[in-house]
Design a protein around this ligand. Structure first.
Ligand code: HEC
Length: 98
């Protein structure tokens, strides 16, 4: 491989890894975040994100709530997990500009 090509590959890899991973966010969410929400809301629990009187009305508020719920599980999630789950929830349900 030429040096330029190697550099390109590295740059692309870096660009992708810096972005939130929505697919990973969905997996993290579906395996960790649904039990309480199902108890509260029924169905698959995602109704809590779309209910009429939902609480979250901005992207920063969404990040805060995800952290709060993460803390209530008592799991030490790294920032990347939070980013991925927030991005998943925002893409699928909240659709805030950010
Ligand atoms: C221990 C139970 C519990 C777990 C586990 C839990 N949540 Fe929650 N979550 C709640 C409760 C209770 C509310 C509703 C709070 C309210 O209505 O005042 C809520 C609400 C939310 C909301 C706001 C919904 C709205 O009104 O717009 C978001 C977003 C959310 N949770 C994300 C998550 C994520 C992400 C996870 C996994 C990391 C998670 N929750 C795990 C209990 C939990």
């Amino acid at each position: 491989m030429s040096k330029t090509l190697i550099l390109c590959v590295l740059l692309i890899a870096t660009a992708f890894s810096a972005q939130a991973d929505i697919k990973n966010g969905k997996e993290l969410h579906d395996s960790n975040c649904t039990s309480c929400h199902i108890n509260l809301q029924g169905g698959d629990g995602t109704g809590i994100y779309t209910r009429e009187n939902r609480r979250i009305e901005s992207y920063p508020a969404l990040i805060k709530q995800v952290k709060r719920c993460r803390d209530s599980m008592g799991m030490p999630w790294p920032k990347e997990h939070i980013d991925d789950v927030v991005e998943y929830l925002n893409t699928r349900f909240y659709k805030f500009e950010h």
